[in-house]
Design a protein around this ligand. Structure first.
Ligand code: ADP
Ligand code: 5GP
Length: 206
């Protein structure tokens, strides 16, 4: 019997404000043996966030040093700030058989696909419309009008990528969207290419 849990990756992307982090918090309550990849960013910390929980917040100078030193699995510039995924903790979590969850943008998704495609399942999350995204960003009350306009502009660029993803969730009804995301996180464990072919065939030789 193969019962050892294999490390896998679940990438969640979608316009800022569509509900990714709120949905993920629901999923964490019900999914076992996962590791949330805490990104590093140069953007300002929001009032409900903390360093080392939501992100590691560093300066642009420090970020550029980290790029030079090869610390990132992937990084991207999003709305004038840098965001990146550190390589070391990801590799450690994968070795332990964890489901590693990334909340990264469409550029990051493309890079991780190129590097670790056999491990990746991915889901694009969005609001039903741009107008609904705007009202969520306004209600969230964490950004200035100028920042909100930048996020809306970026959303129109990101939506073009939705078919690069395995799954899509239109986050309208929160309960339905969170149970769908939980199902996807669970099924990500059954991706056939997480399993080693040679190992499998050895178990089938006479
Ligand atoms: P993201 O992580 O994608 O930037 P957030 O999780 O911060 O987005 O959600 C943005 C705002 O939308 C938050 O105020 C959140 O409470 C709200 N929200 C999330 N999902 C829904 C939903 N299905 N209906 C209405 N509001 C929602
Ligand atoms: P926010 O500022 O709203 O937290 O995030 C802005 C955007 O950056 C979101 O689309 C989010 O998915 C993306 N993002 C967060 N962390 C990373 C990362 O490590 N790499 C990449 N490529 N994008 C990220």
């Amino acid at each position: 019997m193969i019962n050892e849990e294999k490390g896998g990756i679940l990438i969640v992307s979608g316009p800022s404000g569509c509900g990714k982090s709120t949905l993920l918090k629901e999923v964490y309550k019900n999914v076992d043996n996962y590791y949330f990849s805490i990104s590093t960013t140069t953007r300002n910390i929001r009032k409900n966030e903390s360093h080392g929980v939501d992100y590691f917040y560093i300066s642009k100078k420090e970020f550029k040093e980290d790029i030079k030193n090869g610390h990132f699995l992937e990084w991207a510039k999003v709305h004038d700030n840098y965001y990146g995924t550190s390589l070391k903790p990801i590799m450690k979590a994968l070795k332990k058989g964890k489901l590693v969850i990334f909340d990264i943008d469409v550029q990051g998704h493309e890079i991780v696909r190129k590097k670790l495609n056999h491990l990746v399942s991915s889901v694009f999350i969005t609001t039903p419309t741009l107008t609904q995204l705007e009202s969520r960003l306004k209600n969230r009350n964490t950004d200035t009008n100028e920042v909100i306009n930048g996020r809306l502009e970026n959303a129109q660029y990101e939506i073009k990528y939705f078919q690069k993803y395995d799954y899509i969730i239109i986050n309208d009804d929160f309960k339905l969207a969170s149970s769908t995301l939980l199902n996807i996180a669970q099924i990500a464990r059954n991706k056939s290419t997480l399993y080693d072919k040679e190992d499998m065939l050895n178990k089938w030789s006479k």
